[in-house]
Ligand binder design. Structure first.
Ligand code: SAH
Length: 457
């Protein structure tokens, strides 16, 4: 095998200018066309970089000296920013983050979607881009006989104990801290991955934005929790805003956080939240958007793009607990929602009842299987809304949509790259993308959400 020489070798020092960012926020610089990925480099900056690793088509480096600093650079406010990795853009001003995300969407539309003329609006950001997350989920461990909980250090399973996280709502941090101390006082041990012993694996909290109530979920290895009643009492008396304590049992030696068994230990089975005029009951395992302020902005945009008059039949594919479906149902004749997780559909049905919304029908299953069946049964949607996970829509679903010919498609996406890929397929059929509105659901991170309006030509 012949080895083609790379333009730089490990331990070389090179002067570079950063041109772009990778999906995990590292600066990208090119040396004779060979990309070097360098953490914390910002576009436009010049730096002397130490090459730390080379592969055939790309390499990695580390900033030795920053020669020209970007005006977009700020001191990251979080003390554990570099260890954690949960945020990737804290070293950039918020305005620059929003600009970057807009350009990124435009860029992938051109590069992957071959769509150069689609207007991509400026990203709708937050007034206060901190403390926005309504859900925290942390691994629990032990160090020096004390319980710790926080995050895994980048690319490892070494737990860094965390007091607070700057993008979390404060209640989540405070409750996790306190549960840790209470469990420790009761002698409840953390689960140890290596020996597969101990009790407490993860702690999850979810806060209701509208009611300021909290659901606490303890993920344990076994069903038994030592001093369980005492634990519940102490949590209840410390935090009146905790309205629900749930246990999830995960007996497996696995990286997957949740096990199959979920049971209520105390209080309410659901957390209740309101977005706009719609109330939602959310169970422990259901997907629920993590940024409540921006979720309202996102759903309103999806509703606006759907341009409903009250006469339309709408399909909401990937509907989760029916959030978008119920938003749309207020303005449509009938909404069909489909989702793969049965518990989420149970939640969706309950949520419809909770709001006295009767013009919705939900089904459990894969969107790509259920929607063709609806088509066969004579369902003729005027509008289809899709909100798939990061991997985007199954191609077969897009083909079904092309056959169904709804007059409009609203695509809510958490991955600009798969959005662009899917828009290309729709554009090869009879559709045209009219406009794209990115919404910043995840400030300080590289994640980027966008809504696209796509019309039948
Ligand atoms: N629209 C909802 C959920 C979006 S997240 C909201 O805004 O809250 C994407 C959802 O798609 C998840 O609930 C996930 O369980 C579901 N999902 C993933 N693959 C699916 C598939 N093939 N068919 C239907 N739903 C799927």
């Amino acid at each position: 095998m012949t080895r083609t020489a790379t333009p730089v070798q490990k331990n070389d020092k090179v002067f570079v200018t950063f041109e772009d960012l990778t999906h995990d926020g590292a600066g990208v610089a090119k040396v004779d066309g060979y990309p070097l990925f360098v953490p914390y480099g910002l576009p436009g900056e010049r730096a002397e970089v130490l090459v730390t690793k080379t592969k055939k088509n790309y390499g990695f480096g580390k900033i030795e000296t920053l020669i020209q600093e970007s005006p977009d650079r700020v001191e990251p406010p979080c003390p554990i920013y570099r260890q954690c990795g949960g945020c990737q853009l804290q070293h950039m001003t918020y305005e620059a983050q929003l600009d970057y995300k807009q350009k990124h969407v435009e860029d992938v539309m051109k590069r992957i979607g071959h769509l150069s003329d689609v207007p991509v609006h400026p990203v709708i950001g937050m007034d206060e881009p901190w403390n926005y997350r309504n859900k925290a989920q942390v691994p629990v461990g032990e160090r020096n006989r004390k319980l710790i909980a926080g995050f895994y250090q980048k690319r490892s399973h070494y737990i860094i104990d965390m007091e607070s996280c700057m993008i979390q709502q404060e209640a989540n941090d405070i409750i996790i801290q306190s549960v840790k101390r209470i469990a420790e006082r009761l002698g409840i041990r953390a689960y140890d991955e290596k020996s597969h012993r101990g009790t407490l694996r993860h702690i999850m909290t979810r806060t209701s934005h509208s009611k300021n109530e909290v659901m606490l979920v303890l993920i344990t290895k076994n069903e038994q929790i030592p001093h369980k009643n005492k634990l519940i009492d102490m949590i209840k008396s410390t935090f009146p805003q905790v309205v629900s304590i749930v246990q999830n049992v995960n007996p497996k030696q696995t990286n997957v956080i949740f096990g199959n068994e979920t049971k209520l230990l105390w209080g309410e089975e659901y957390l209740f939240d309101t977005i706009g005029d719609v109330k939602f009951a959310i169970s422990a395992r259901s997907f629920y958007q993590v940024n409540p302020i921006q979720t309202k902005v996102l759903y309103n945009k999806a509703l606006e793009y759907a341009q409903l008059t009250g006469e339309e039949t709408v399909i909401d594919a990937y509907c989760g607990i029916g959030t978008i479906s119920l938003f749309l149902a207020q303005k449509a004749k009938k909404v069909y929602g489909v989702e793969i997780i049965p518990e989420a559909i149970e939640d969706a049905e309950r949520n419809a009842k909770l709001n006295n919304i009767e013009n919705v029908q939900f089904a459990t299953g894969e969107a790509e299987t259920v929607i063709p069946k609806w088509f066969e049964e004579g369902v003729r949607p005027d509008v289809i809304v899709v909100d798939p996970p990061r991997k985007g829509c199954e191609e077969s679903l897009l083909q079904t949509i092309l056959e169904m010919k709804p007059k409009r498609i609203v695509y809510v996406s958490c991955s600009p790259a798969t959005l662009a890929r899917d828009l290309k397929i729709l554009e090869e059929g009879d559709y045209q993308t009219k406009e794209i509105q990115p919404v910043d659901m995840f400030p300080q991170t590289m994640h980027c959400e966008a809504v696209a309006m796509i019309d039948l030509i």
